[in-house]
Design a protein around this ligand. Sequence first.
Ligand SMILES: [Zn+2]
Length: 488
Amino acid sequence: MPTVAPEVMARYEAVIGLEVHAQLDTVTKAFCGCSTKFGAAPNSSTCPVCLGLPGALPVLNKRALELALRASLAINCTIQPRSRFARKNYFYPDLPKGYQISMYELPLALAGGIEIEVEGEKKRIGITRLHMEDDAGKSLHEGFPESDRWSYIDFNRCGVPLIEIVSEPDLRTPAEAYAYLNTLKQILEYTEVSDCNMEEGSLRCDANVSVRLRGAPKFGTKAEVKNLNSFRYLAHALEYEIERQIGAIEAGGTISQETRLWNVAAGRTEPMRSKEFAHDYRYFPDPDLLPVMVSAATIDGVRQAMPELPDAKVARFLRDYGITPYDAGALTSTRAVADYFDAVVKEGAPPKAAANLLLVKLFSLLKDAGKSVSESPLSPRNFAKTVIAAESQQITASQAKTILGIGFESGKDFDVILKEGNFSQISDASAIEKIAREIVAKNADNVAKYRAGNEGVFKFFVGQVMRETRGQANPQLVNEIVKRVLSE
Ligand SMILES: [Zn+2]
């Protein structure tokens, strides 16, 4: 693909809509009692219903409906009093029923929207609809003894409950699409609708992309790009596809309405073979399933049970904890981090100091260990004790970081680490003064510089005292004493 000059790119704008599939976090499948557990032995979680055997009758999983309703409210959609499952007919080896069960002409919820933020700019992205459907199985093309000759099939995923969330074509840049998917993921995780594990396929994304000259009233012809199953792929594929379309139009060509696949290895979108997208699904209402009737009382119940959403949590952290907006954003990035922080504050740690140590020290420990906050060996209780000790100047800030490091490595209690490590802050003014005087006596040239007005040398003396005390001296006291000794 020839690259398009930036000034040409700038004359166009992209129009992007996303279709996001999320697996509902249920124990059993959408219409049968089979387990949804990921990684079970192939074909071990199947039954006549999810295999579509003749005579088997599906029954809607109540929990799946509750989670779909919760998701609908969390993204501000209007729940329809009556929705209905249809059969979406097509043939594929991983679809033993010969059809997917999906809400079609009567979806569960309509007309919602969420707010995204890109580089400080807030924007509302409309959501067209949310509907429920079931998943297909998986064809496995590698990793088996005869993979060179056969494809293998695993029906465990057949009938796993999904929601599909379709956005309005309100997104204009890959960065906005990225922010939208991220915000949506955060909401679905917070509300425990889905674990949104992208590696396990719990969150999947397709994009509809078109381009038009800036200011043009009509949308251009769109292409659907499939297989955008990581944030990185989404951004790369959109960047590629936008430039491809602009390049084609600039070269005098047209865009054909087609389904394209993001080829990860090649780093480009490619048209899928035509027979694979020329579908006529022959939708019709599923005769085995009753329409879904949702009463106002049910919706009220779902609303009552709604966990705190990310935006509400940010507002509470700002209001109750007095931390900065930046810290509040970082501490609510996932529900697990927010819960951890809440627990630390509940243990009595001052919020500002706790936020600081958490974002700086705990995050770096977790990153180095490749762990998530829910796997942290440091309990909120021990974390809080360390923060409290540092705030009351029982230990220094650098000791606090050391103690957190030891606790993270060993899983030991704060009190044990404190005792074993002989951590305490030197707040004995006479001891510090003695060290300060020795250092001043040894560094006559720097003393002269300081007295000649070179303020920068002051830090040198403080640093020397801290080094002599192995970081255990009370920094405030060191500052005062060094200043006094130097000015004598
Ligand atoms: Zn089953």
